[in-house]
Design a protein around this ligand. Structure first.
Ligand SMILES: C[S@@+](CC[C@H](N)C(=O)[O-])C[C@H]1O[C@@H](n2cnc3c(N)ncnc32)[C@H](O)[C@@H]1O
Length: 320
């Protein structure tokens, strides 16, 4: 490969790596740039490098993505190769054969590479909705809020963060690993979501403090390491949590991602923020960062108008 071609090919590799590890939609991959590169004689070499950075990546080997996702990705890679080269590339077919023989489990993994070189790996459901909840998979707003947090670590550093509707835990884990909060409280209302969340926190090497709101302890609670944040998981249902219960968290920052998907959740969430502002009168108002995908203009309008009636005690910022 000529030096300039090699540099261009190298920029494609991290792009494929990041997207594949995070199981981003296949249409978000830079397929057109790949097609252009494959037309030269070094195409097969580039494809083998992509294979090593995706399906054969050590993180993927240890924590595999969904079988269906790997199958669709490899099939697309083979299609791109066959469109320009007549000679089959055995390694691609061998990788596909391995995937075709594998059974699809109910859980799969996604890994997010952090700018620090560290990563966040999540075990998730292979179904978008299972056990009657949407909280067993990661949603785009969680990724958006995580990226925003990584670019704005001062918003979280040395502060107590309360996350509402944490789901699989991507945003909180990214914040814990990159933004130095003093305390991070993950929360959700669904028992299966909470169980998966605790597993994901431990999978990422963080220690769990006992949840003071829960009657029994979850295995895996360790002594606190002063270098890392105090991490707890709380069962917190916006519709039933009381002001005194909320007050025990004493949050400096409240965050939530993709929890405004219908009018009912908008109203429930704003009521929680109201209860919080009422019970935290004696401390500085917490900042609130809420990220969501606008699926309906009415829900978005409802949220912004409800925000307007919120007491000034909560400083809110909606990240659309
Ligand atoms: C679409 S998921 C988003 C999960 C995660 N924040 C993300 O963006 O990937 C919505 C989450 O809100 C939680 N949730 C919905 N209603 C809730 C309520 N009333 N109280 C607490 N959590 C709730 C669900 O259990 C689920 O985990």
């Amino acid at each position: 490969m000529a030096p300039e071609e090699s540099a261009e090919a190298e920029s494609l590799l991290p792009s494929f790596e990041r997207r594949f590890l995070a199981a981003r939609t296949l249409r978000s991959f830079p397929w057109q740039s790949l097609e252009e590169k494959l037309r030269d004689s070094s195409g097969p070499e580039l494809l083998l490098n992509i294979l090593q950075k995706t399906v054969k990546h050590p993180l993927c080997v240890k924590h595999p993505p969904s079988v269906k996702y790997a199958r669709c990705f490899l099939s697309e890679l083979i299609r791109k190769h066959e469109a320009v080269h007549t000679e089959p590339l055995d390694e691609l077919y061998e990788a596909l054969a391995e995937v075709l023989m594998a059974e699809e489990p109910t859980q799969c993994h996604r890994s997010y590479l952090l700018p620090s070189g560290d990563s966040v790996t999540l075990s998730e459901s292979t179904a978008i909705i299972s056990h009657g909840t949407t909280g067993l998979v990661t949603w785009d707003a969680a990724l958006y809020l995580a990226e925003w947090a990584i670019e704005n670590p001062a918003a979280f550093a040395h502060r107590t963060v309360l996350e509402l509707g944490s789901g699989a835990g991507l945003t909180g884990l990214a914040i814990c690993k990159t933004c130095c909060p003093s305390t991070y409280v993950f929360s959700d209302c669904h028992s299966c979501v909470l169980e998966q969340l605790r597993g994901n926190i431990l999978l990422n090497g963080l220690s769990l403090e006992p949840d003071t709101t829960a009657p029994e302890r979850h295995p895996g609670h360790n002594a606190h390491d002063a270098e890392s944040p105090r991490v707890t998981v709380a069962q917190l249902d916006w519709d039933v949590v009381t002001a005194p219960e909320l007050a025990t968290f004493r949050p400096d920052v409240i965050i939530a991602a993709d929890v405004l998907y219908c009018p009912e959740t908008v109203v429930s969430l704003v009521r929680v923020l109201q209860r919080l502002s009422a019970c935290l009168k004696d401390q500085q108002a917490p900042d609130a960062y809420i990220a969501f995908t606008v699926r309906s203009p009415e829900t978005c309008w409802l949220f912004t108008s409800e925000l307007a009636v919120l007491p000034a005690a909560v400083h809110g910022e909606a990240l659309f």
